[in-house]
Design a protein around this ligand. Structure first.
Ligand SMILES: [Zn+2]
Length: 364
């Protein structure tokens, strides 16, 4: 079977479950917001800011930087970006920039991380959430795009800080779907955060976590113990494919995992070479999991920090370097629907829409 065409990828109705709102802050928008708010930036012009971001990811792809240095640049851009946002309109504008882009590539449903603890270091969460709420309403009305928010804890903070932030966030609970754990992992497992995960689940929220650095043993814990009986999804959960037991367990739980191709392939290539990275990420990663009927949802993670590579670009990478077919991409979107936290009714509607698109698609 031939790889799916770019027309098929573009029009395919999409579900995105791994995207950080603040990681979608483009260098141009960051520059403009910083200027508007009078916050000095090291980069003197918008062009310089754009170049800085482009260079950061290109250096990973061309192997001109160490993984450690790349990680530092990545997080510097991410956190410096958050610091320029101080008004409701800043958050509104950021969210709208993602929604406009999402609409163009037919993203129909998105569960979006908000790095709320970092935001709260600069402004009150109320400011950010009112901007996001306003944009969410507009996206649903104007773009027919349903949006849910996942508040994302910072794992480098103390468990007590997480609990404090959690309680503070509850004034916005009517638009919060779940809680996640992200940030730089040391691979030491998630049980130290068990109290806040258990509380969030008890309060009716879904729970997930970034687990790329966790051992397979920790992943067992993530799937069966954290929050009482295990998380509701695993972000960057590609390692599950390393063990048959883990694949069995995640299937038994009937939950999904997310994988973000560009930000996984880039560092993998930096550590080895193109062929090995393709083998690891696409063959032994995504394709193997799909072949074992594990639910995989492809995401873009932090598109602005990955050279402006959005969900469509992440799906295109699968076709370009690993020859993913229309059928494989269709199945990935259906998996994303099943991995999502949408209502059963909404899941059925999305499922139907995606299948109809694929059945009626004709190459131009
Ligand atoms: Zn992420």
């Amino acid at each position: 079977m031939a790889p799916a065409s770019s027309e098929f990828v573009r029009g395919l109705p999409k579900v995105e479950l791994h995207i950080h709102m603040e990681g979608a802050l483009s260098p141009s928008l960051r520059y403009r917001v910083a200027k508007r708010n009078g916050i000095p930036q090291i980069q003197e012009t918008e062009e310089e800011m754009v170049r800085d971001y482009q260079d950061a990811f290109n250096n990973i792809l061309t192997g001109e930087i160490t993984l450690e240095a790349a990680g530092k640049v990545f997080f510097d851009h991410f956190f410096d970006g958050i610091k320029v946002m101080i008004k409701e309109e800043d958050f509104y504008e950021l969210a709208m920039s993602y929604f406009e882009n999402a609409a163009k590539t037919n993203i129909r449903y998105a569960e979006i991380f908000v790095d709320f603890q970092s935001i709260m270091e600069t402004v009150s969460l109320d400011i950010a959430m009112s901007g996001y709420r306003k944009a969410q309403i507009e996206a649903e009305k104007n773009y027919n795009l349903k949006v849910e928010w996942i508040l994302s804890f910072d794992r480098s903070k103390e468990p007590a800080d997480l609990m404090r932030a959690y309680e503070e966030s509850l004034t916005h609970r009517d638009i919060i779907k779940g809680f996640a754990l992200a940030g730089i992992s040391d691979g030491s497992g998630l049980m130290k955060f068990n109290e806040v995960f258990t509380r969030a689940r008890k309060d009716g929220f879904f729970i997930t976590a970034h687990v790329e650095a966790e051992s397979t043993q920790n992943l067992h814990e993530c799937l069966s113990q954290v929050g009482g009986h295990g998380l509701d999804r695993l972000d960057h959960g590609m390692k599950v494919g390393e063990q048959q037991d883990l694949m069995n367990l995640i299937k038994k739980r009937n939950i999904g995992l997310t994988i973000c191709p560009w930000v996984t392939y880039g560092p993998a290539k930096l550590m080895t070479d193109h062929e090995s990275a393709v083998q690891t990420v696409f063959e032994n990663g995504i394709r193997k999991l799909c072949n074992h009927e594990v639910l995989v949802a492809v995401g873009s993670d932090d598109p602005a920090l990955a050279g402006g590579r959005w969900l469509e670009d992440n799906l295109s990478l699968l076709t370009d370097v690993a020859g993913f077919t229309e059928e494989e991409l269709l199945n990935l979107q259906l998996s994303a629907v099943r991995s999502s936290w949408a209502s059963d009714k909404h899941k059925a509607e999305l499922d139907e829409e995606i299948r109809t698109y694929a059945a009626n698609f004709k190459s131009p």
